[in-house]
Design a protein around this ligand. Structure first.
Ligand code: NAP
Length: 333
């Protein structure tokens, strides 16, 4: 590859971002030097956390810089290698996303063994997405026999994995998602009570109807009124794994809630936030369970695929409109 198109940050949004915040540029790719590889990206990941990187504020990842190429998860194929252990044709995972290709030190990419799965699965269900669900349920919420589990954002990438992992372990699962098609998907993947939060005037009442005796575990992807509802429906000793709060990511002003956090006291609720990067050591155990559950027919995954580098911002913005079921991915031509 002599050139690569890449997305850069053009401006920072206030509130909901738009395509105008991004610009596409073409760059020349340098020949790889000693110990370097050149990679053609095949798939790009777009993720809700990237919204935080558009803001100029400190977080667990540095803000994207105006005029600079964006980064994120990517899966590509080595085209040229001057490094031991990597050959043309090898598949690699990297963080050089939002671009068609790159030249980089071999040590900054990870060779991928897809284990007979479609390789992009390692940007979605079998990769960080599934691991997030696995770590959140097993390590953060310390799932135990008989727990009733509530998952918000249940038809999304992490949420749909969380629902199925809880089902594979024999739990009753309540999942919430927006719209009848997503509710149908939740039923397909075995969720016991699927709540269409967009059609529910009172989410707390809907969760209470689904779990009359309360919930023991809440896997939060959404925050806001979903967290309020989970607090209200929690049983004594409930554990909350705070994975994400997408309902707040585009707020220009901080939200007022949660309005009923005081319920943590009387119900002795444990609430713990986490990042998947705290649990990377679980990946081999997760992958072994993933492959077994898949072989047993207990795990399915869906991807929403947008085609072409040009449409990467559209795919990203679609996460906040609910355009995706399962993992949102960009497939490069
Ligand atoms: P995702 O759920 O596949 O995609 C986003 C989905 O969120 C949309 O499809 C939409 O579904 C829902 N959504 C968007 N805006 C919403 C709003 N205002 N209120 C309620 N729902 C809304 O994304 P994901 O990658 O699986 O991430 C899910 C959550 O986990 C995010 O909060 C993300 O930041 C977090 N996360 C955390 C970690 C970690 O390490 N802690 C790792 C990965 C992801 P509906 O159509 O159902 O509304």
């Amino acid at each position: 590859m002599a050139t690569s198109r890449e997305y850069r940050l053009k401006s920072r949004p206030a509130g909901m971002p738009s395509a105008d915040n991004f610009e596409l540029a073409t760059v020349n790719l340098p020949e790889p030097g000693p110990g370097e590889v050149q990679v053609r990206n095949l798939w790009l990941s777009v993720d809700p956390y990237m919204r935080g990187r558009m803001n100029d504020e400190p977080s667990y990842l540095p803000p994207w810089q105006i005029g600079k190429v964006l980064d994120g998860g990517a899966l590509g194929e080595v085209t040229v290698s001057n490094a031991d252990g990597l050959r043309p044709g090898d598949l690699v995972n990297s963080f050089y996303g939002w671009r068609e290709g790159f030249t980089a030190p071999a040590a900054t990419v990870q060779k991928l063994d897809p284990k007979g799965l479609p390789p992009q699965t390692f940007l979605s269900a079998a990769g960080g997405t599934g691991l997030t669900a696995y770590a959140g349920l097993l390590e953060v919420a310390r799932l135990k026999d008989g727990d009733v589990v509530f998952v918000s954002g249940a038809a999304g990438a992490v949420g749909s994995m969380a629902c199925q992992i809880a089902k594979a372990k024999g739990h009753t699962v309540i999942g919430s998602a927006g719209g009848p098609e997503k509710v149908a998907f939740l039923k397909e993947i075995g969720v016991d009570h699927a709540v269409d939060y967009k059609a529910e005037p009172d989410l707390t009442a809907a969760v209470r109807r689904a779990a009359p005796d309360g919930i023991d575990v809440y896997f939060d992807n959404v925050g806001g009124d979903h967290l309020d509802a989970a607090l209200a429906a929690a049983r004594t000793g409930a554990r909350f794994a705070i994975c994400g709060m997408i309902s707040a990511y585009n707020e220009a002003q901080p939200a007022a809630g949660p309005r009923n956090l005081r319920m943590m006291m009387g119900k002795a609720i444990e609430m713990k936030g986490f990042l998947v990067t705290h649990y990377l050591g679980l990946q081999p155990a997760f992958l072994a369970d993933f492959i077994r559950w898949h072989a047993e027919g207990k795990l399915r995954w869906r991807e929403t695929v947008v085609q072409g580098i040009e449409r990467t911002p559209e795919a990203f913005l679609g996460l906040f409109r609910g355009d995706n079921t399962g993992k949102m991915l960009v497939k490069l031509n």
